[in-house]
Design a binder for this molecule. Structure first.
Ligand code: IMP
Ligand code: MG
Length: 179
């Protein structure tokens, strides 16, 4: 596999974070929020987004597994749960990318059962063409076409998360070990 080009340069990602941070700041005036980061892909986005938010906020992390290659299996397992309770808290779930939406809808079920005061979703990237289940996403950084991307926290089998830009990757059929 090889990197074939830059789809979204870091300057544009910076603008996305600034815009989303401003929207969240306006929407949560007078409130305190908990940002839940879905490991590992959303860590880079969380780090940038939280610095654009100007209301009191805490962060917590959750790890679920649903992917081994490039295709969603739809199988979601909690690997690491939140450290703290979210009961009566205003929660924003921070995602790197929403693809089929299966990971997210499963996570939403789990989190809603814990009775947060409110629960919204913020994703940096969205691939609407690939959706397999309907999910209401409150904050979307940018919609992208149905292409596999890496960089800015997003990986292919654990690699490329450190690239500062969103890049496209050429993957040959045999390397896609998930299907
Ligand atoms: P979903 O359950 O299909 O929506 O999968 C969401 C998760 O799959 C994301 O949090 C990513 O970890 C991963 N993912 C989906 N599309 C891509 C991609 O293009 N590049 C890297 N990871 C992806
Ligand atoms: Mg991933």
């Amino acid at each position: 596999m090889k990197i074939t080009g830059v789809m979204i340069p870091k300057e544009e990602i910076r603008e996305i974070c600034q815009r989303l941070g401003k929207e969240i700041t306006q929407d949560y005036q007078g409130k305190e929020i908990v940002l839940i980061c879905v490991l590992k892909g959303a860590t880079v986005f969380l780090a940038d987004l939280m610095r654009e938010i100007d209301v009191p906020c805490e962060i917590d992390f959750m790890s679920v597994s649903s992917y081994t290659g490039t295709k969603s299996s739809g199988d979601v397992k909690i690997i690491k749960d939140l450290d703290d309770t979210i009961e009566n808290r205003h929660v924003i779930l921070v995602e790197d990318i929403i693809d089929s939406g299966l990971t997210l809808s499963h996570l939403l079920d789990i989190l809603l059962r814990r009775n947060p005061a409110s629960l919204k979703i913020c994703t940096c990237f969205d691939k609407p063409e690939r959706r397999k289940t309907e999910v209401k996403v409150d904050y979307i950084g940018r919609q992208i076409p149905d292409e596999f991307i890496v960089g800015y926290g997003l990986d292919y089998n654990g690699r490329y998360r450190n690239l500062p830009d969103i890049c496209t990757l050429e993957i040959s059929g045999q390397e896609d070990i998930d299907e």
